[in-house]
Design a protein around this ligand. Sequence first.
Ligand code: SAM
Length: 270
Amino acid sequence: MTGQNLNYSGGYSNHTLSQFSTRTIAREGAFLLPYLRDDMSILDCGCGPGSLSLDLAKRLQKTGNIIGMDIQAGQLAAAQEQAEQCGLDNVQFLQGSVFSLPFPEQYFDCVLAHAVLYHIPNPEKALQEISRVLKPEGIVALRDADMYADIIYPRNSTLDAAWNLIYQVFALNGANIAFGREQKGQLLAQGFSPLSLSASFDMFTSAQEVSDYARFWIDFMGSLHKNLILEHQLASENELNIFMQAFTDWAARPEAYCARARCEAVAVKA
Ligand SMILES: C[S@@+](CC[C@H](N)C(=O)[O-])C[C@H]1O[C@@H](n2cnc3c(N)ncnc32)[C@H](O)[C@@H]1O
């Protein structure tokens, strides 16, 4: 796939992308709402299938505009098609990396990076680049996982071992699964002044949500990162099968419950 970031842990399966496609500004982007203006020029950096970009475009009047950008081009054509179907002419999608944004200095009023910075190595470099393309007093909006704060119930020692394996895969791919709690420090270090810091949870509670959530991690271990896991001897094939079965068993339990922790920050370019 063109421009695919091979180290990005999440992958681009239809199942994963359809989960991202349900994201909305009212829910996942609620922390940004108090700072949105109709006339803003916004970059949605690492936009994925573009659900948040499209939702933002609907909220902006004709005077505002949004660019959805992602390093992986495969998702962008469908996002652009959706924009056209919805008659949105204030949004466009293009391929690019957060480490080298294809825009001049002081170009945007707002840069959103939803579930992106915790996935990438050197997030401080990404923040420097975001700062470069922001106008003076422009704002950056971040929402990142902090996986050590996730609530997953019920747990057992096999599931705990599976989670440890998952954490190791993220680390091998250069991700920082505790980036959420570091947002404030990272923003300060790059000269931003935080306006608001908050946290919320992505919820997986219905039988379907729990099953979809388990399937994501089963695919993560058993397919997407299987070779990496075996090459680095993080687990044997037999252990992988046991871990995948543990997720299947977890999802079959009526009390299975997951709340994924997300840290949120809005900060202004000083
Ligand atoms: C977890 S997804 C989030 C997608 C979208 N923001 C959302 O919340 O639905 C992370 C996205 O970041 C993108 N990404 C990873 N590294 C990137 C980079 N260096 N520059 C731009 N996007 C990147 C991935 O391709 C992926 O689409």
